[in-house]
Design a protein. Structure first.
Length: 287
């Protein structure tokens, strides 16, 4: 098969993200012209982790592209949980802040769960608050985790039917795996969730029409583990000296998959684009 035919099998997250950002930009303009409101995002960064700093910069650049006002709130690594909670409380009360994002991970002496629960559910840009997670579980999808939301949007844009399909999620985190499973169940897929304790992962993935893998293990999913025509979303990322790798052995799996996301350039851009969509949603409700 030629490289050109392989190209048609790649889910282009950058192009999809641009489409979503254009929708958000239009929504921001409408909100400003009709209600005089500019959506505002507050990002909270604790400490000076280089990767976290980079992710915050990427989110702020996306805000600039769509017209969202973004403000970064910095706390030193030695700050206390009480100081973090006080900052979140002040942002909850700030009418110019429509959405709040707490960049994870936090330094070890913090309780991330307590901090996430302190964010107002109405300003929960990441969709991690138990209230929003609970709504997701009963099929009321509002503010949901951004990465699964991006996967669902990609499935829709590429015309992939979910109803009745066998879906396998590899990884059961609160950020990706669990909400991804719920969103696919809400669309009537038959869902299996696999993880580090799963016996014989290949047994599950071979029968999957849709695979979403978020394990953080380089090339965990190999070509002999997927069936012809599967649709595969690679959420994992492993950084090595010679490059960045996903959880999927892309070069070989693309020969069998009908659609697959690359790393980088797949799920990542969509995640940030869906965050922008969530900020707009928060602003529309909280103005």
């Amino acid at each position: 098969m030629s490289d050109e035919s392989y190209e048609s099998r790649i889910i282009d997250g950058k192009v999809l993200a641009q489409q979503v950002e254009e929708e958000v930009r239009s929504g921001v303009e409408d909100l400003e012209s009709n209600r005089g409101v500019t959506p505002g995002l507050a990002t909270i960064l604790v400490g000076d982790d280089p990767a976290s700093k980079m992710y915050v910069r990427l989110k702020h650049r996306a805000c600039e592209r769509v017209g969202i006002s973004a403000e970064d709130y910095l706390l030193p690594a030695e700050a206390t949980q009480e100081e973090l909670l006080a900052l979140i409380d002040s942002l909850n009360k700030n009418r110019d802040v429509h959405a709040i994002l707490l960049q994870l991970p936090l330094p070890k002496h913090f309780s991330p769960q307590e901090a996430m629960e302190a964010i107002s559910p109405a300003k929960d840009a990441d969709g991690f608050h138990p209230y929003n997670m609970g709504k997701l579980m009963i099929g009321d999808e509002g503010l949901v985790p951004c990465t699964p939301h991006g996967v669902i949007r990609a499935l829709e844009e590429y015309g992939v039917s979910v109803k009745g399909k066998n879906a396998v999620i590899v990884g059961h985190s609160n950020v990706v795996g669990k909400p991804m499973a719920a969103m696919l169940l809400n669309r009537n897929a038959t869902v299996s969730v696999c993880h580090v304790f799963t016996d014989d992962l290949k047994k599950y993935t071979l029968g999957a029409d849709i695979i979403v893998v978020a394990a953080g293990v380089k090339h965990l999913i190999k070509a002999d583990m997927v069936k012809e025509g599967a649709v595969i979303f690679d959420v994992g990322i492993t950084k090595e000296e010679d490059g960045v790798y996903g959880d999927v052995d892309f070069e070989n799996v693309i020969k069998k998959a009908s659609l697959v996301t690359p790393v980088p350039g797949g799920v990542g851009p969509m995640t940030i684009a869906m965050l922008m969509k969530h900020v707009l949603m928060c602003a529309e409700k909280n103005f």
